[in-house]
Every structure is written in C-alpha cells, then in structure tokens.
Design a protein around this ligand. Structure first.
Ligand SMILES: [Zn+2]
Length: 212
C-alpha cells in the first residue's frame, strides 16, 4: 500500500508494523495534514485564491509558499514575531496599517488557537478583506465538543513567546463554536472535509467569505 503526499507526490513508507506514516510531516515538502487539506480543497474547487490580487497571510512558511501556493501573485506575509521570512511584523489583533477592504485572500493555518483574543482578530480580518474576499483557515478542533482552554498554554512555543509576543496555546476549538465565531464576524462559512492519506487523520478547511 502506498502513502502519497498530494502536494509534492512523494511516496511515504508506513511506520514499521503500521498502515500509516509515523509523522504527518512529508519528507518531500515538509508540509502537514492541514496543508494537504488546503491543497485538496483547491484541487476539488479548481480555485487557487492566491493566483490574483493581494494575499495577506499570517506566518506563511517558506515551504507553504514554495509547494502549496507556488502561483501566489502578491503576498504580504506577517507575524507578531520578527521571523526571517515575514514581510511585516504586525499584530493580528490590530492590523491598522492594512487599509479597509484592500485584501482579496487571507490565510492563517493553525493560527487562531495561538491568538489571545480570536474574536478581535477575526474582526480585523473581516475589516481588511474586500466584500466577497475569502479567509482560508484551519484550526485544531474537536467534534461534538465546545471550545476548551488548553491545559498547558506554553506547550508549543514556551514562556518567552507568550511573554514577549502573546503567542501561546490558548484553546482547542469546538467545530460549531469556530463556525459561529466566523458567522458572528460577518463571514459566510463553507467547510471542506479531508482525510489525510499519510496518517489517516481528518482535517477541515474553513473558508470564510466576507459577506457583501
Ligand atoms: Zn509532500
């Protein structure tokens, strides 16, 4: 049985004694379940929302730019941390330097769980998007469960990240709660379900379309 990365086509061997790969990180492109889900959504719809106009992205990794969005037209890539590959150091809670209704596509994959006030950040995303513009979002969530605070907010990034930049593991979403949060901030919501071929894990891409 062959496990194949849908993004780069690399064939991955299952872990010894298992039917799935040992990790979701593809050895060919270094991308993960969330990225393969977005890739599958673009393949299923025939739409690459980064091909035209302006894309604003929070922490779009170099490998995402190279393999997942290779046709990106105009990217403004930001993070609150001064990462070497970002264009702007900017707080998603206050993107004041981005004009209202000036962005065609907003991308944030597994970002909102690390944002302290996710509602305020989503209001900012809605403000900068053009009417009809879309936000492509993934988040860690549980089915049939409400949003819950994570037990250890420092697990992923440690204490310095929280103290200096406010970046921490704040919560794991409930699916319905995240959908409601998008609806409450002026988005129409589409959910694209995906099952990853490497690790057989489900993922959902939330596509929020700013209502005109
Ligand atoms: Zn790959």
């Amino acid at each position: 049985m062959s496990l194949t990365c849908g993004i780069c086509g690399t064939k991955v061997e299952p872990a010894p004694g298992a039917a799935i790969a040992a990790t979701d990180i593809c050895p060919g492109c270094s991308l993960r379940v969330r990225h393969r889900a977005v890739h599958a959504w673009m393949a299923a719809t025939g739409v690459d929302p980064t091909r035209a106009g302006t894309t604003l992205a929070c922490n779009c990794l170099p490998a995402e730019q190279k393999f997942l969005f290779p046709s990106i037209h105009r990217l403004v890539n930001f993070d609150i941390r001064p990462l070497p590959y970002v264009d702007a150091v900017m707080d998603i809670h206050d993107m004041g330097r981005i004009e209202d209704a000036s962005v065609d596509t907003f991308i944030a994959l597994h970002v909102f769980n690390h944002v302290e006030d996710d509602g305020r950040a989503l209001a900012e995303v809605a403000r900068v998007l053009k009417p009809g513009g879309i936000a492509v979002l993934t988040i860690p969530f549980r089915e049939g469960s409400p949003t819950t605070a994570d037990a250890d907010p420092l697990e992923t990034y440690g204490s310095e990240s929280r103290e200096r930049y406010g970046v921490a593991d704040y919560r794991t979403y409930g699916r319905g709660d995240f959908r409601d949060l998008l609806l409450a901030h002026g988005f129409g919501v589409e959910e694209f379900g995906f099952r990853d071929p490497l690790v057989a894990r489900p993922e959902t891409v939330f596509i929020g379309r700013k209502r005109a």
